[in-house]
Design a protein around this ligand. Structure first.
Ligand SMILES: *[C@@H]1O[C@H](CO)[C@@H](O)[C@H](O)[C@H]1NC(C)=O
Ligand SMILES: *[C@@H]1O[C@H](CO)[C@@H](O)[C@H](O)[C@H]1NC(C)=O
Ligand SMILES: *[C@@H]1O[C@H](CO)[C@@H](O)[C@H](O)[C@H]1NC(C)=O
Ligand SMILES: *[C@@H]1O[C@H](CO)[C@@H](O)[C@H](O)[C@H]1NC(C)=O
Ligand SMILES: *[C@@H]1O[C@H](CO)[C@@H](O)[C@H](O)[C@H]1NC(C)=O
Ligand SMILES: *[C@@H]1O[C@H](CO)[C@@H](O)[C@H](O)[C@H]1NC(C)=O
Ligand SMILES: *[C@@H]1O[C@H](CO)[C@@H](O)[C@H](O)[C@H]1NC(C)=O
Ligand SMILES: *[C@@H]1O[C@H](CO)[C@@H](O)[C@H](O)[C@H]1NC(C)=O
Ligand SMILES: *[C@@H]1O[C@H](CO)[C@@H](O)[C@H](O)[C@H]1NC(C)=O
Length: 888
């Protein structure tokens, strides 16, 4: 009742028209043509083209001999509706079912633009009047819009301004007849309202004008499922009381169109006979506002909502501002006309819903399934975990979290209904209705039923994590710290009524590393034999169910830190890898007592833990009695940390433990010296110029006296080693002239005899390259040779750094002895002569300072240069020919 009042209020203007119509029809009565118009007589100047019948299609008019679509400049739906009413009447059809004013609908030719308005009571479009001009057709209209009209064929409502109320007439072969009150039940009303596109019948049956003047009447017998009134069984009567008026629902009609089925697609609504997309300029994004829509379009729960864009701006029904706060039981009633490109895309479930009690969470509620037009609850005593899976999936709600009997949801209300479905889902079905089902058979079973309250969750919940270190469980919130070298385990678990298929542990490093294990009783344990720095960082654990292996749960994320492990140390012997063992326990450092179980296996674990290599020896050391830690072992020697295979307790003892590991000696260093180094860096090693002498220096931090160094060389085709005793913890290995054979890797090995044993320790390897292409002396005879060959006679140039410089003749030490070093270095034989030449101008030259004896293989090995200005330089002539290549 409320909705009718509201609608009537909104439509007070129509009510005025209604009275006006009543007045008109009361006085004039029906015209005979109205009743007996023959539908097969197509009017000569108007038609509905390209529709399914004569009663639907594009409204066209003939003008100047041409049929074209008709377009009015009028955009208001209520006004356009009047053209449609007249057109339906002129075509001999019933009432207006719907109109559409769509872009790109005017057909192959541009439409006629008309400028006349209809009141709705005219018999033909021609009678509609133009207020300002006699010209009914103005011009061609290129907008592409036209008016499409659907009229009912076998029923009409008479004499009112709105299609959805009035007195009923039904079509006969040659006109219209009234309908007998007798037999016009609610089923017949349903059929009428449906055929007129007016939604469900309203509760109101008012006193509309009777079909006065009609000669014949029809008595109907409808089942209610007929789509047209003529499909109802009927008989003709000449004398019965005609039905008074009926009212179909005034509420807006809604539909979802252009989707796979009636529960998906673009939301359109009908007002004034016109279906238009519903626009939502306020972006009502909350789905709860649309729950009602799903039920109005004959579906169940709202699953999703989104805004979409129409291909072009077009007439829409726009929701008014008051709709924003809408929370009532019917979809927003206040619509206005607008042009827009925004529309609403909705998806509803078809046959199952989660009815809300208090929660507004879309994916939680009382499980109900559709039974005809109503909804029935589902009995909880037969509701299986698999059925819960399918229900959540059907509603696109993810995964079942919980389901239980809802105590405060009232009685199970399906006791009297015939259909009490029990679903027997396997869990793999897409929709609940795909599951086989049976019925509750006995009243005993029914008595035990309660309502089922189901909560689904988008993704399965996070698993539970524990980290285990040294038999202890580390609390996750405290950022688990794992001592270096120690074994640890990460346990990932969840208790769930469903089968957890696999559990995944991902270390969020670059690149990601992940481990997957099959779950056993919802749990997986990931073991790590020895913690190292690479294990630190962020981890996540998630899992999947066996019924949807592609979707993983929400991950549990945690951070693991690796802390230094320094509870054991070797002291007193100048080495961290040899000495007396001390252990820190309960914040106290104490020696470890030598008992039965301490042996090489335990020492091996200790040496590994201290990164000291392998165990060389371990023995008992006698001392005065003191408080020690006694070590209880279960080591097999392959463990990475003492406390992974042992435990300590306090003990009074006079013997302690000494351990010597193979890594006792410190690591030596290796360096290279040369007068002429091209470069020297960590990555590329050292590069020397050919011919220059070099020295390799092996040294070690002072730790123990004595010892010796071996220099191990690994070249392209040979390996050799040289050995020198350590002097001041160093040894030098000298090479007179670098050449290609010296290219390769060098490393120093330090050997010493300590603690009754021979120990050694190797340095990093150093790579050495000898450059034969770039020399730092050359002779220039001023001839530019195309073959890039070089000469054995000419002005002498040296390159102490980047730039080449002429060697200054002011170098008084310069003589043939020096020239011979140059010739040797260039591979030009021996020196014939060297002389002074004049330069045209003063320029930057290199003055040479010597410490050479003439036998050296490279000039700058035994000399140094400084830059100065001069106008004279040195020339050298060697025995050698001009060489095509000076390269070795
Ligand atoms: C209009 O109709 C023509 C022909 O039917 C079609 O090619 C064109 O894409 C349509 N335009 C729009 C905007 O729908
Ligand atoms: C159509 O008629 C309206 C009034 O009914 C008038 O305002 C308008 O100018 C007319 N248009 C044309 C193109 O004649
Ligand atoms: C209407 O329902 C009856 C049974 O109640 C059925 O026999 C008939 O085929 C249905 N008609 C239509 C059009 O669905
Ligand atoms: C409407 O929404 C559904 C579900 O989100 C989606 O699959 C479909 O593609 C959407 N349709 C349009 C036209 O955006
Ligand atoms: C009801 O009876 C049918 C036929 O005997 C049986 O298959 C079905 O399992 C019964 N339903 C229940 C819920 O027990
Ligand atoms: C430890 O080093 C010091 C100094 O280098 C030396 O005097 C001492 O003898 C060393 N101790 C042992 C046990 O070698
Ligand atoms: C030592 O024990 C560990 C388990 O603590 C085992 O994995 C390993 O195989 C054992 N090694 C030997 C050599 O027995
Ligand atoms: C040899 O190398 C070591 C380590 O780099 C250094 O301490 C020492 O001084 C070097 N010796 C000489 C003679 O340069
Ligand atoms: C490596 O050996 C080959 C032949 O075995 C020899 O020709 C070449 O000179 C050698 N290279 C060096 C750098 O010694």
């Amino acid at each position: 009742m409320l909705s009718i009042q509201r609608s009537l209020f909104f439509r007070w203007t129509l009510v005025v028209v209604w009275h006006f119509v009543l007045l008109m029809t009361e006085t004039s009565g029906l015209k005979p043509e109205d009743k007996h118009l023959n539908p097969s007589t197509v009017p000569h100047d108007a038609r509905l083209a390209e529709g399914n019948s004569l009663c639907s299609g594009r409204l066209e008019m003939k003008h100047q001999g041409e049929w074209r679509a008709l377009n009015t400049k009028e955009r208001e739906a209520a006004v356009k509706f009047m053209y449609a009413r007249v057109a339906c009447r002129q075509m001999g059809c019933g009432s207006v079912v719907s109109i559409a004013h769509r872009p790109n609908s005017s057909g192959p030719k541009p439409a006629w633009e008309v400028n006349f308005t209809c009141r709705g009571t005219e018999q033909t479009l021609k009678e509609c009047s133009s207020a300002t001009t006699k010209r009914r057709v103005q011009r061609k209209d290129f907008s592409g819009y036209s008016l499409e009209v659907i009229c009912s064929e076998s029923v009409r409502l008479l004499g009112e301004s709105d299609t959805c109320m009035g007195s009923v007439e039904v079509k006969l072969d040659n006109g219209w007849a009234s309908v007998c009150e007798d037999g016009f039940d609610s089923e017949a009303q349903k059929v009428v309202c449906r055929e007129l596109g007016c939604g469900p019948p309203g509760s109101f049956r008012g006193t509309f004008r009777k079909g006065e003047g009609t000669v014949l009447s029809k008595q109907l017998q409808c089942r209610g499922n007929e789509s047209r009134l003529v499909d109802c069984a009927s008989s003709i009567h000449s004398n019965c009381t005609p039905v008074s008026g009926i009212l179909c629902s005034y509420l807006h009609e809604l539909r979802l169109v252009e989707g796979e089925n009636h529960c998906k697609g673009t939301l359109v609504g009908k007002e004034d006979g016109e279906w238009r997309p519903i626009s939502d300029p306020w972006a009502v994004t909350e789905l709860k506002h649309f729950v009602d829509v799903c039920q109005k379009v004959g579906c169940a729960d709202a699953i999703s909502y989104s805004q979409i864009y129409l291909p072009q701006s077009q007439p829409v029904w726009s929701l008014s501002t008051s709709c924003r706060s809408y929370s009532g039981s019917s979809f927003c009633e206040a619509w206005s006309e607008e042009f827009s490109t925004v529309a609403i895309n909705m998806t509803c479930s078809e046959s199952v819903r989660l009815a809300k009690l208090h929660s507004i969470h879309r994916c939680s509620g009382k499980v109900e399934v559709k039974s005809g037009q109503s909804w029935v609850p589902v009995c909880d005593s037969f509701f299986s975990p698999q059925t819960a899976i399918v229900t959540c999936r059907d509603l696109q709600c993810g995964f079942p979290l919980t389901y239980h009997r809802l105590d405060n949801s009232g009685h199970f209300q399906n006791a009297e209904l015939a259909w009490n479905p029990v679903f027997m889902c396997e869990g793999k079905e897409e929709h609940l209705m795909d599951c086989p089902s049976t019925n509750i058979n006995t009243t005993e079973q029914l008595r035990q039923c309660g309502n089922t309250h189901l909560t689904c969750t988008e993704r399965p919940p996070q698993p539970y994590i524990t980290v285990h270190v040294q038999e202890e469980e580390v609390v996750l919130d405290d950022f688990p710290q794992v001592p270096e070298s120690h074994r640890f385990a990460i346990s990932c678990s969840l208790s769930s009524p469903y089968n957890i298929l696999s559990i995944r542990l991902t270390h969020l490093t670059k690149p990601l590393t992940e481990q997957i294990q099959s779950a056993v009783d919802g749990r997986a344990i990931f073991m790590f034999p020895a913690a190292e720095d690479a294990h630190k960082g962020i981890y996540q654990c998630d899992y999947n169910y066996d019924f949807s292996s592609d979707i993983f749960s929400r991950p549990k994320i945690f951070t693991l830190t690796i802390k230094e492990n320094n509870y054991a140390r070797l002291v007193n012997w100048n080495s961290s890898c040899a000495g007396r063992l001390e252990v820190e326990h309960q914040k106290e450092w104490r020696p470890v007592s030598h008992q039965h179980s301490w042996g090489l296996k335990e020492a091996a674990v200790l040496c590994r833990q201290l990164k000291c290599g392998s165990a060389v020896s371990t023995r008992k050391e006698d001392k005065s009695t003191e408080l020690t830690w006694r070590f209880y072992s279960d080591c097999n020697g392959s463990e990475h940390a003492l406390m992974d295979c042992g435990a300590v307790k306090q003990w009074l003892s006079s013997s302690t433990v000494e351990v010597v590991c193979s890594g006792t000696l410190l690591r030596p260093e290796i360096t290279v010296f040369s007068s002429s180094v091209l470069y020297d860096d960590q990555q590329q090693g050292v590069q020397l110029f050919k011919g220059h002498s070099f020295i390799v220096n092996c040294s070690v931090e002072p730790q123990y006296p004595g010892g010796h160094f071996s220099l191990i060389f690994t070249g392209l085709n040979q390996t050799h080693s040289r050995t020198h005793p350590a002097v001041n913890h160093s040894a030098f290995f000298t090479y007179a002239a670098a050449d290609q054979a010296h290219q390769g890797n060098y490393s120093c090995v330090y050997h010493n005899f300590v603690f009754n044993g021979n120990f050694s320790s190797e340095s990093q390897s150093l790579s050495l390259r000898v450059d034969v292409e770039f020399l730092n002396v050359m002779l220039d005879d001023g001839v530019l040779r195309e073959d890039d060959s070089e000469t054995c006679a000419g002005k002498l140039l040296v390159r102490p750094k980047e730039a080449w410089r002429l060697l200054s003749a002011e170098s008084t030490v310069w003589d043939l002895k020096h020239a011979s070093i140059v010739c040797r270095q260039l591979g030009c034989g021996s020196a014939i002569s060297t002389s002074e030449i004049d330069l045209p101008v003063k320029e930057t030259v290199a003055r040479f300072f010597s410490d050479c004896d003439g036998s050296e293989s490279a000039l700058l090995d035994c000399g140094a240069v400084k830059e100065w200005f001069s106008s004279s330089a040195v020339e050298v002539v060697c025995t050698g020919e001009t060489l095509t290549s000076p390269r070795s």
